[in-house]
Design a protein around this ligand. Structure first.
Ligand SMILES: [Zn+2]
Length: 272
């Protein structure tokens, strides 16, 4: 812990910041910062010299792992940070075919994130472990009901209608958990390029299967998906939040609200 007895927690991106805030709720000696700000893209984020200082001064750092924030991981090493870096995905069962970092979209995985952060905080600041345990237990309980809520929302949607087209391949875990097929013209990273062949295949698929659920995402470049929507004469059905939360007065200021926003947006498109 730093000199003034403040525990400085630094997270790579906003979803981890949200969990850290909830687990430390009620404690006044905590300072939490996310390196990637709300509405910014963690895949392409370039850490600044100020970030290096933030990382160096941290007491504990939480990252997602699975190649999600490579630039930040490099900077942690070069910053001279001497504390512990905890990987939220440490105990998550990962996608077998690709290194896909977007595991939090399955709420059961988000619960594993909370457990990882809780255990790390209990180690780093053991005199407050009762508070971390109590807050984490409350958070896990609310995430368990969120998980159930999602399943209930999709219950009314027939299996063959459950196909979604979106900007990048960020929703595999969500799709697997809640039985929805996600298609996208580009791969795992927002920085990947779509091939003309993939785009043509996707356009045919949308037409053949009469898919209406076509979405943009809050940060990825939406040009290509707009072009696909125009070519298939579909109207875009809204914005999904994939990799970063919104600002506090936006539609996805915390994890649970982000998931709810995505589920409402997807259900509305399915129900047309
Ligand atoms: Zn992503």
């Amino acid at each position: 812990m730093s000199k003034q007895n403040t525990l400085k927690i630094v997270t790579s991106f906003t979803i981890l910041r949200d969990f850290a805030e909830k687990i430390t709720h009620g404690l006044t000696h905590i300072e939490i910062k996310s390196i990637v700000p709300p509405e910014a893209d963690p895949h392409s984020y370039q850490p600044t010299p100020l970030d290096s200082k933030t990382l160096f001064e941290a007491d504990v750092i939480f990252i997602n792992g699975l190649d999600f924030e490579k630039g930040i991981e490099k900077m942690i090493q070069s910053s001279g940070f001497k504390g512990n870096v905890y990987k939220a995905t440490q105990h998550v069962k990962i996608r077998p075919d690709l290194v896909d970092p977007h595991t939090w979209h399955d709420v059961q995985n988000a619960i594993l994130y909370v457990i990882e952060l809780r255990d790390a905080l209990c180690l780093e600041d053991s005199k407050n472990k009762d508070i971390y345990q109590k807050n984490a237990a409350d958070l896990i309980k609310s995430l368990e009901s969120l998980d159930l809520w999602i399943k209930n929302q999709f219950k009314k949607i027939p299996e063959q209608k459950r196909i979604v087209v979106t900007t990048h391949d960020a929703f595999w875990y969500f799709g697997k958990a809640y039985h929805i097929q996600f298609l996208s013209p580009v791969g795992i990273s927002t920085e990947a390029e779509a091939s003309a062949q993939n785009v043509a295949k996707l356009i045919n698929f949308i037409n053949e299967h009469n898919i209406k659920a076509v979405f943009v995402e809050n940060l990825a470049n939406s040009k290509l998906i707009e072009q696909i929507a125009a070519e298939t004469k579909r109207s875009l059905q809204g914005t999904l939040y994939a990799d970063s939360l919104s600002v506090s007065d936006g539609p996805a200021p915390d994890f649970a609200l982000m998931i709810k926003h995505n589920v409402h947006t997807i259900c509305k498109a399915f129900e047309q």
